[in-house]
Design a protein around this ligand. Structure first.
Ligand SMILES: Nc1ncnc2c1ncn2[C@@H]1O[C@H](COP(=O)(O)OP(=O)(O)O)[C@@H](O)[C@H]1O
Ligand SMILES: [Mg+2]
Length: 227
């Protein structure tokens, strides 16, 4: 799945103060590419991910996924498009607290009316090492386990585009490493266009291309030296 953003502008207004976060940002990603986005806290990484996911709309500019303009889709079409084609992993796992691990992973399949949701969800939970935790609720799981459920939920629909916003950001160093090792393992198995927001240069270097979000725009740069 290809992804294209042209002159994307996004700002927020808080009372009389308005801040421009993204300033005519351009981005072009080929099918199957794995791209890292780095940038200081507050530089607009999550804002950009929300726009690419169609969770929010730019003030100006346009975003195309596989040639389809997100701006031309109505809310309903956009929701359907997102559910069927895009997998999203956030820093905070955003699991449904009243659903078990299994039910959380089954949910997107059920919403899409896909066949055999239970079976597919079980396969993926097994794959992320949670085969013995399927009836646990989020509060009964550790942070790392919750994030693995969230990764399973994002991948269970076999999305063509995966958006991951600091997926190890809430985890301790060791757990974060384990989750990210799994994340890259799963990505290698699927052929997904992936955008990974991360603070970690080592993880960024595992991606095909690296971008820095700074002053509202993306700049491409060569892999960092991490010693
Ligand atoms: N809903 C919002 N309302 C007002 N300001 C916001 C909102 N979301 C983000 N911002 C501001 O936009 C800037 C970029 O935020 P964000 O995209 O979350 O950055 P990052 O993910 O890179 O840390 C920050 O200065 C933040 O305070
Ligand atoms: Mg963020």
């Amino acid at each position: 799945m290809t992804l294209e953003a042209k002159k994307v502008v996004k700002g927020y207004r808080q009372g009389t103060i308005s801040i421009e976060v993204l300033k005519e940002l351009d981005l072009s990603i080929s099918s199957g590419e794995i791209v890292a986005i780095l940038g200081q806290s507050g530089s607009g990484k999550s804002t950009l991910m929300a726009l690419l996911a169609g969770l929010d709309r730019p003030d100006k500019g346009e975003i195309w996924i596989d040639g389809s303009s997100l701006g031309e889709m109505g809310e309903h079409a956009l929701t359907e498009f997102r559910a069927g084609r895009i997998g999203i992993v956030f820093q905070q796992y955003h699991l449904m607290s009243h659903l078990t691990a299994l039910e959380n992973v089954m949910l997107p399949l059920e919403l899409l009316g896909r066949k055999q949701p239970r079976q597919k969800a079980l396969v993926l939970l097994e794959r992320v090492g949670l085969g013995d935790r399927v009836t646990h609720f989020p509060y009964q799981l550790s942070g790392g386990e919750c994030q693995r459920v969230a990764i399973a939920r994002a991948l269970v629909t076999q999305p063509a585009l995966l958006l991951a916003d600091e997926p190890s950001g809430s985890l301790d160093a060791k757990t974060g490493q384990e989750v990210m090792a799994l994340f890259f393992e799963l990505m290698a198995e699927k052929e997904m266009t992936t955008i990974l927001v991360t603070h970690n240069a080592t993880l960024a270097n595992l991606c095909h291309r690296q971008f820095l979000l700074s002053d509202g725009q993306l700049q491409s740069y060569a892999a960092l030296t991490t010693g």
